[in-house]
Design a protein around this ligand. Structure first.
Ligand code: PEP
Length: 250
């Protein structure tokens, strides 16, 4: 099945008004890119980014599983949509570890977001100790099974991001063979869960993707784009990654 690559930036807790110019520059290049491009921004920037870059895919970095209620500091799917967001990340390892989010939480968030109309990028990945113990594929496969929504409305609205925790922000990247082994296992899990639609779900790689390693990573079977942290903050760093992803034949 043909899948169009997706390159999504995750700005984490970076970005104020001064950085909106980067969003605009990225959105202009995205119009003619051969890959889908999105930026998951701090909630405070979403509405202004949507105004500055109409038509561009702006997303959130997390969403609460409840529709509304007494959840201080959290953001609902309706709030993200109201601000103009089209997608959201769920289950990033920095939330799983920092905020104690369980697989069940992540699954609930994904289901809430999809039902509300947001596209979802669901993150999974192993720690360095799990990788060193030779349990990366079994652990991440189990994490995916437990985090997946019960159903997906359309394959192109749901993506999985394999992000080894030890590769995030460290400059370390798994070998292409390790990425290939993991993505093939995740594709199997997606097919088991969703049947034929599992072939259409994009599996992104994330963890220290840069202009210098993007082409090699995108050449791996079942890598359908990237979730990019640090290198998404500046158009000059991010756009060469988008360009590398655009080279894939559709
Ligand atoms: C991330 O946090 O999702 C990420 C991939 O970060 P980085 O690209 O900086 O490793």
């Amino acid at each position: 099945m043909n899948r169009r690559n997706l390159v999504a930036g995750n700005w984490k807790m970076h970005g104020t008004t001064a950085e909106l110019a980067e969003v605009t520059a990225i959105s202009i290049a995205a119009e003619t890119a051969g890959a889908d491009v999105a930026l998951c921004l701090p909630a405070t920037l979403i509405e202004r980014a949507v105004r500055a870059a109409p038509g561009f895919a702006v997303g959130g970095q997390d969403v609460h599983q409840a529709e509304k209620g007494a959840h201080t500091g959290c953001i609902s799917a309706a709030m993200l949509l109201d601000a103009g967001a089209r997608l959201t990340i769920v289950g990033h390892s920095e939330r799983r570890e920092g905020q104690g989010e369980s697989d069940a939480d992540v699954r609930a968030k994904a289901e809430t977001a999809l039902a509300a109309g947001l596209d979802v990028i669901l993150c999974i990945g192993e720690s360095d100790s799990v990788r060193e113990a030779g349990r990366a594929v079994s652990t991440v496969s189990a994490q995916l099974d437990a985090s997946l929504p019960g159903s997906i409305p359309a394959a192109e609205r749901f993506s999985v991001a394999y992000e080894p925790i030890w590769a995030i922000g460290t400059g370390k990247v798994p070998s292409v063979d390790e990425i290939a082994e993991m993505h093939a296992a995740l594709r199997d899990r997606l097919r088991s869960a969703f049947g034929e639609a599992g072939n259409g779900v994009r599996i992104l790689y994330g963890g220290s993707v840069k202009a210098s390693n993007a082409a090699e990573i995108f050449a791996v079977a079942d890598v359908d784009g990237a979730l990019v942290g640090g290198a998404s903050l500046k158009a000059a760093d991010f756009l060469p990654i988008v360009e590398a992803a655009s080279a894939r034949a559709e």
